[in-house]
Design a protein around this ligand. Sequence first.
Ligand SMILES: *Cc1c(COP(=O)(O)O)cnc(C)c1O
Length: 380
Amino acid sequence: MAFGHRYTGLIERYRDRLPVHDDTRIISLGEGNTPLIRLNNIPRQMGPDVELYVKFEGLNPTGSFKDRGMTMAVTKAVEEGSKAIICASTGNTSAAAAAYAARAGITAFVVIPDGKIAMGKLAQAMMHGSVVIQIEGNFDDGMRLVKQVAAEAPVTLVNSVNPYRLQGQKTAAFEIVEELGRAPDYHCLPVGNAGNITAHWIGYCELSAVSGEHVTEACTFCKGHCRFAGGGNAGQRPKMVGYQASGSAPFLRGAMVDQPDTVATAIRIGHPQSWDVAWKVQNESGGWFDECTDEEILVAQKLLAEQEGVFCEPASAASVAGALRDIRNGRIPEGSSIVCTLTGHGLKDPDTAIAQASRAPIKVAAEITAVTRAILDNMD
Ligand SMILES: *Cc1c(COP(=O)(O)O)cnc(C)c1O
């Protein structure tokens, strides 16, 4: 970036590929531009030689990739004259909606499940001044309700069924291709509603498109909003791999799941909103869906934290849990380049982290011998 140029968010950065006008008022918190971190320690212990990266989306302004979609959705809602937005959420969408609504000076209504919402996410929705409506039901119940409300009341729905959300989220694929100089061979993501895996596919397809052609059926989902960059990387696109939590894995069961359950609350979704389009993504890209148990997810979360210094929330770790398994079993071949999206920050869910941390704090007297002993006893 040239000297003296402040990064002001992904809409400014990718203006020519997003549905905004020259005079559109942009609602931004500087989202996007997240680090692509090459993992060192985990691959070294694994056997097969691979190039493994994590795209740390937890470093967005509200701590998840939802900010990429929300900057677009709220910018367009404001442009269209909306004074309020609404969403159902397992937590991160409500955090992002609350923050971007505060920034825009409009009201956010967020419908969240009663319980099973990570503490950090609830704190964000409350702190940003949104109206938090806790329902006695799960995310899927909330989704059904907000769709009905948005059809009748003057509020804009900002869940990922809002096409602008995926337009914002596709920019993560642009960033990855810019940094690597090409698309990775595999892109692994945790899947809940399957909006994000779809958005990434749209992004990769736009880059690989030859001047203005629709090269993905998934692109029809943009409802005409996307514009193709064209000519970029001559058709090279990754295989898209989606991992679900075993207790919430409709793509594995081949049918909706009515009582989804998992420690990875961000993907505790039994009725994915992007069901049809996500199957197209899988088919077009030659990728697959698979599932991870809660135990595998938590092991991967801890592995990333302890061995790479990267603290993501449980749902995010599903991408790495699944990728590591598929690298070991050869489904992802040796020599591949792989990007795993870490969708949200570990600080979102401190309770789960503390409950599974390897070491509890050591309590000692406030004197030098006790502290020294604690250190010497715990040297590796
Ligand atoms: C929203 C979310 C997901 C799931 O993304 P979808 O687009 O619903 O598939 C995964 N991880 C985190 C942390 C999320 O907030």
